[in-house]
Design a protein around this ligand. Structure first.
Ligand code: PLP
Length: 918
């Protein structure tokens, strides 16, 4: 048995870990309790192990007041058995509590709550999960922050229980706390909490002995006692909770005039204000109603109803209601495999409440509103053809021909195609390269600002419409969107931002990731620019920097004029990549102060790209994914993050595994100039958790820990090969590879067992390599070293975007690099305009040296890395050729090896201009 677990307070700073750490501690207490019960009576060993139980129980107890289960009764019983020396009873109770916590049985089974002290607990209404459409009677906890005497809390609980009605759709158990600090702590660590009731008059300071609680609150919620006025405790707590977990319903019970309070700005985040305990039943119903709002899935609910109605179908879609399937002689297995419901839920009708995705007025409209609320946007639209199409819709909605878009060259191809479709001119900017791993990072803010200022110098600033970036990147680079937008808006106050958050939709649901999301930043900046404090800060800055020229502005933190600035932010996300939606389920989120200008074009773009037969199941799954995140997104995203942090730590500190494998740390993935905090890895010993949170909030880039770049080159595997081994030998699927790494990501579905499986695979492989090297002697060793060297050090340079050929430039001499890609793209439609040169031909060498310039006719996109090495109209330079020659991947879109590079013939371009299409 290992030694006593860390005291709970040391774990406290690890926000992500609190809930998991608690389960671990209960598991450990269970092991001690068994050992105590098994130890021979009367021995020193027995007393010693009892001492350990006492110490660990005391540690656990420090935070237990944050949860309803196991609760005071069970804990009191436990202490009773411990002090009374009844090891058997103690072990039995610990076993029960620990098992119920691990399995979640306390949500469903009243027996889990029973202490045997008195038989009449009846805390939970058990209901088999197959009743009620498969979810049973979902359980949650309500936090009650109250000035009342703790001796009264048990009675209050019993009262709540008496209010339950059989027809209630959900059930809850209250958790009482007596102070601001305890409430904030409970909201952070207890993921079962869905609603908070604030009873005016509670105190600020916790009575519990939690020395680092204050620091913790300051870091995570930005509150300390000094900053809260005694009269404003309730509203301040409501705001702090709302900032941390915006999905929670807040209720206030107050003696003050509730009418006045309800209308005040401070109380805007409070769902309802009641006059002190006037109507306990009203409060009960309001609590349930709040859950119902999040639980309701308007589209899915209706689809279920629709599927059970007897309907004769005379519209298209023969499989609707399974008719062509179950009656078939040849394809009945389709029905068996997919089940009846999916066929019963198929229809091509837009009546029967199914609504139309193209002109929503009913369920789909409601679903969009719920999505916007859940994801913190002003508006939300649903995509049924992946973010590939969502990006094209947004690009086409916000750009017209001739507009300049400052865009990461490295972004998903849908953006590039979006430019072709809209006629917008891309100004390609480069992410910082991570040559050692053959990948790109993200685009530095300075690069983006320089592009803006270049356009300004050319007199083209008015044409720059959009900044288009990927957040986070495939490999986990998270931008600091607040900072990027603020400094860009200081140069042009009405810029539109498109943040492709394909991987990052989940990020809304915990405060650490949320700070780095587009919508989180839009909300934060809106608040900031409306504040008096900002106006003062801005005026001071303006005075100080009156004669700052553009060169100086490049390196200064510019501030936008609060009277001119517009918040115009678009986000797209592949809901299917990070949440429980079917493949291709995607969302477009909007926060645009000038939506009036975009609404019409957005509709056009939506019509242009959206099928008139969108998949109903896919829409329903978007509805469900939203429900899940609004009710358990906090718990799930905290867990996936904690799991990732553990994986990282385990791999990098494992004596055997770390010989051959390594997870890239923030220090590896982000150059120091973009990591101002200097933080090198997550948490101790690399800095405190508080340092990590600080870095996460402030550094130019931070690394999302859930995206784990596992370097396999030092084990002699290239990325593709390693991906194959993991899949074939260990049943582990991973996503992306580079020359010497693979990307492992944790998701809301991952468990400890998944993590264990990966660790085991790495340990097995490391052992194999050890053995092979031992037995193979000198020759084997030399071959291995050479292989590692080729993978880890002889990596090709990544080619930057060269430039558009002059014929596609409005001003060939401009220092900004935008070009008109659309005509180049369409030139290639006419075979007479094109020619091929083979990569290995003499001609390539000659033309690189003597011209005429080789100009790409196509997008050429190798997978990996998955971004265009060439775009239509781009001049092909020597680095690109070198890169292509070294490239050892099979899938290269837009390139046929046998034919060679497809070029636009020089004579088609000579003396011509395809620039202005405006
Ligand atoms: C996957 C991805 C897309 C495309 O999304 P789909 O839902 O697969 O169509 C767009 N952008 C980025 C950054 C992606 O990773």
């Amino acid at each position: 048995m290992n030694d006593i677990a860390q005291p709970a307070t040391n774990e406290l700073n690890r926000v992500f870990a609190a809930a998991i750490a608690r389960e671990d501690q209960w598991r450990q207490l269970n092991a001690y309790a068994r050992a105590w019960a098994d130890a021979k009576s009367g021995t020193d060993a027995r007393e010693e192990i009892r001492g350990k139980c006492r110490k660990l129980l005391a540690n656990i107890s420090r935070l237990e007041h944050c949860w309803a289960y196991p609760g005071t009764r069970l804990l009191d019983s436990l202490r009773g058995s411990l002090e009374g020396g009844d090891a058997t009873a103690f072990a039995r109770l610990v076993q029960k509590a620990s098992a119920a916590l691990q399995s979640g049985d306390f949500r469903r089974e009243d027996a889990a709550w029973d202490t045997n002290a008195d038989g009449d607990t009846r805390v939970i209404d058990a209901m088999p999960p197959d009743i009620d459409g498969g979810v049973g009677k979902p359980y949650f906890e309500v936090l009650i922050v109250t000035p009342s005497d703790p001796a009264q809390w048990q009675r209050a609980d019993d009262e709540v229980r008496r209010m339950r009605r059989p027809e209630d759709q959900f059930q809850y158990v209250p958790v009482h706390v007596g102070s601001f600090e305890d409430a904030a702590l409970a909201v952070m660590v207890n993921t079962n909490i869905q609603s908070v009731v604030l009873v005016d008059g509670f105190q600020y300071a916790s009575k519990h002995d939690l020395p680092d609680l204050r620091e913790f609150l300051k870091r995570n919620m930005d509150v300390d006692q000094g900053s809260v006025e005694p009269g404003a405790l309730s509203t301040r707590l409501a705001q702090a909770i709302n900032g941390f977990r915006p999905e929670l319903d807040l209720f206030l019970l107050s003696d003050r005039t509730p009418e006045l309070l309800a209308a005040s700005d401070e109380a805007a985040c409070i769902r309802r204000v009641f006059h002190n305990i006037e109507e306990p039943m009203e409060l009960h119903l309001a609590i349930l109603d709040g859950i119902k709002d999040r639980f309701e899935t308007p589209y899915f609910d209706n689809l279920k109803k629709y599927a059970t109605r007897p309907i004769g179908t005379f519209h298209a879609l023969p499989i609707a209601r399974g008719k062509s399937v179950f009656g078939s002689n040849w394809i009945r297995d389709m029905g068996h495999f997919y089940g009846t419901n999916i066929l019963f839920a198929e229809s091509s009708a837009t009546t029967g409440g199914l609504d139309s995705l193209l002109e929503p007025t009913g369920n789909i409209k409601k679903m969009q509103d719920a999505t916007a609320r859940a994801f913190g946007a002003k508006l939300a639209f649903l995509g049924t053809n992946g973010t590939s199409t969502s990006n094209k819709i947004v690009v086409q909605a916000i750009c017209k021909p001739g507009d300049i878009v400052i865009v990461d060259r490295n972004c998903h191809k849908s953006h590039h195609y979006g430019m072709v479709l809209s006629g917008a001119q891309p100004y390609y900017v480069e992410a910082f390269p991570l040559v050692q791993y053959s990948m790109y990072g993200a685009v530095p803010l300075r690069t983006i600002k320089k592009a803006l200022l270049d356009c300004k110098a050319e007199g083209n600033l008015d044409r720059v419409k959009v900044i288009d970036m990927t957040n986070c990147t495939f490999d986990g680079h998270m931008y600091n969107p607040r900072r990027v937008m603020e400094e860009c808006l200081a140069i042009k106050p009405d810029l539109v931002f498109l943040w492709d958050e394909a991987w990052f939709g989940f990020a809304r649901f915990n405060p650490l990731h949320r700070a780095r999301t587009a919508m989180g930043a839009a909300a934060a900046l809106t608040r900031r620019y409306r504040s008096k404090a900002y106006r003062d800060e801005y005026n001071a800055w303006k005075e100080k920097s009156a004669n700052l020229d553009d060169n100086a502005l490049l390196d200064a933190h510019g501030m936008p004029d609060p009277d001119k600035v517009r918040i115009r932010v678009y986000q797209t996300n592949s809901t299917h990549k990070s949440m429980s939606a079917f493949r291709q389920g995607s969302m477009m989120l909007v926060w645009d102060d000038d939506w009036g200008q975009v609404e019409g074009p957005f509709k056009e773009a939506f019509f242009a790209h959206t099928s008139t037969s969108p998949n109903l199941q896919l829409l329903a799954s978007l509805d469900l994914a939203r429900r899940q995140m609004e009710l358990e997104g906090y718990a799930l995203t905290m867990r996936m993050t904690e799991l990732a942090l553990r994986l990282r730590k385990t791999i990098n500190s494992h004596p055997l595994i770390s010989k051959y494998f390594r997870v890239a740390t923030p220090a590896d993935m982000i150059p120091p100039e973009f990591r101002e905090s200097g933080i090198s890895d997550y948490g101790p010993p690399h800095g405190s958790w508080a340092d990590m949170i600080h870095a996460w909030h402030n550094d130019e880039f931070a690394l999302d820990p859930t995206r784990i770049t596992l370097i396999c080159g030092a084990a002699g595997f290239d990325g593709t090969q390693f991906k194959g081994i993991l899949a074939s030998d260990f049943d582990i699927q991973i996503n992306k590879t580079s020359r010497n790494s693979v990307l492992v990501q944790t998701n809301i579905n991952n468990t400890h067992s998944d993590a264990a499986l990966l660790i085991k695979a790495l340990a097995d492989l490391s052992r194999d390599i050890d053995k092979r090297l031992e037995q193979g002697g000198q020759a084997e060793r030399a071959a291995f070293d050479a292989r590692v060297k080729s993978l880890m050090t002889d990596v090709p340079d990544l080619p930057n975007f060269s430039r558009f050929q002059d014929a596609f430039r409005d001003n060939a001499k401009a220092r900004s690099n935008e070009g008109n890609m659309r005509p180049a793209f369409f030139l290639s439609y006419d075979a007479d305009n094109c020619e091929y040169v083979r990569l290995d031909s003499e001609e390539v060498e000659r033309r690189l040296k003597e011209g005429p310039e080789m100009v790409s006719a196509h997008f050429v996109i190798p997978y990996p890395p998955g971004f265009p090495i060439m775009v239509p109209g781009q001049v092909i330079t020597a680095d690109t050729i070198t890169f292509m020659r070294k490239l050892d991947v099979k899938e290269i879109h837009g390139y046929q090896h046998a034919l060679g590079l497809k070029l636009i013939k020089p004579e088609v371009l000579a003396g011509k201009s395809f620039s202005s299409t405006r």
